[in-house]
Unconditional design. Sequence first.
Length: 185
Amino acid sequence: MGDLRSINVFLAKIFLFFFIWLIADHWLSHKILWFHHFWTYFYHILLVTLNNVSAWGLELIGYEVVNNYRSVAILGSYGVVIGNHCVGFGLSYGFAALIISYPGPLRKKLWFVPTGIALIMLTNVIRVIVLAISVKHKGGFVELDQHDFFNYLIYGLIFLMWIVWVRFVVPPEGAKPQTVANTTN
């Protein structure tokens, strides 16, 4: 019966985080001016980071890059326009909510959540770099529906990080980690 209760608490926390996101992103950010500035500042930070790190990555592998606030382009191509929905704010929030809602010591959450968000951002940077290279070599339109493909990829990554959290970082109560000393007895 205790397991059912802990599952219900976990699900309640997840739904609470989701509800907070809906209120913040779809209502408060449109109705309250100071919150709008606060909320868009986070989008701005993620956008500038994604843009600049992607441009740096392209330059690192030898491309001449033109970038401005919303786009990254290899010289001589159309480039990639980065919208607010592409910066990974919601995905990062969802990942953080998943880990925070799941039982485990705060000390471990304090390093695992930022590490996971950094991995999500790195994956997003790789997406922008690959898209920019693809646009350069294929012309204007990329035939792959990159938005859906990225969503499947990133949801899979988040699921794998959650599995790592549940299975390896926070093992179930009463379970001893398998060591050489335990196996020789």
